[in-house]
Design a protein around this ligand. Structure first.
Ligand SMILES: [Zn+2]
Ligand SMILES: [Zn+2]
Length: 233
């Protein structure tokens, strides 16, 4: 409730201003049209994991990794390529706790999903291990999910899944070690009632993290798991 009033007051009193260049925002958002155009769109990508493909074909294609081993998740929605403008928005959200970036990223993702995705029953933001959460004081995926949830009117579930192992930072590891680092990192506390779930993360690099979470959700009775991320690296 407080959050709603805060947003209403802010939307009415402060004109939307582009986070990136300070110009007037468009569509009541904190981004201007020129900076929105600068966001690199992920148009040619794997139909399963949204890995960026070097092709101009627009028909559905699978990447080599998805052909050799089918991921546990069913599809990935990643509207932007993780570089430049998007990388700035995500890293300043994560490390400088810029909440307005989360509101904008949630809006941009919602706008894309409304046009492209079959919407799930619940959204599960990728959980942080409690120790990591205490250190950082912040889970950027939850903050993006709050904005997304408001726009799409889909509830967030932060209770059913926990991170039981405090894994090493994926970014410090080579791709082949990322998969083993994530093994049994998550636990689903109770059987899931929802049949269709979307896992939300800020960025997808190799997909090992979301794949591990999708695996345990499927083992808990979920039929379909989609991955929603702002950007694909
Ligand atoms: Zn701008
Ligand atoms: Zn793929």
């Amino acid at each position: 409730m407080v959050n709603n009033w805060f947003n209403i007051i802010q939307d009415n009193l402060l004109p939307p201003t582009c986070i990136l260049c300070g110009q007037h925002g468009f569509d009541s958002q904190d981004i201007c049209h020129a900076c929105f155009i600068d966001l690199k769109k992920n148009l040619c990508c794997c139909s399963r994991c949204a890995k960026i493909l070097k092709t101009t074909q627009l028909k559905p294609l699978l990447c080599g990794a998805c052909i050799s081993q089918t991921p546990a998740f069913d599809g990935t929605y990643a509207p932007f390529i993780y570089q430049d403008v998007l990388a700035y928005l995500v890293t300043t959200l994560k490390f400088n706790h810029q909440y307005k970036n989360a509101r904008l990223l949630g809006y941009l993702l919602a706008d894309y999903l409304q046009k492209t995705a079959e919407l799930p029953e619940i959204i599960i933001p990728v959980p942080l291990h409690p120790q990591r959460f205490r250190e950082r004081g912040f889970n950027q995926s939850i903050e993006i999910a709050k904005s997304l949830s408001r726009h799409l009117n889909i509830p967030i579930d932060t209770q059913s899944c926990i991170r039981k192992r405090n894994t090493l930072h994926q970014i410090d590891l080579p791709a082949r070690q990322r998969q083993s680092n994530m093994k049994q990192a998550f636990k689903v506390k109770q059987p899931m009632k929802a049949r269709h779930i979307a896992i939300l993360d800020d960025v997808m690099t190799t997909g090992s993290t979301v794949n591990e979470l999708a695996k345990v959700l499927k083992q808990s009775g979920v039929n379909r798991v989609d991955i929603w991320v702002c950007g694909r690296a």
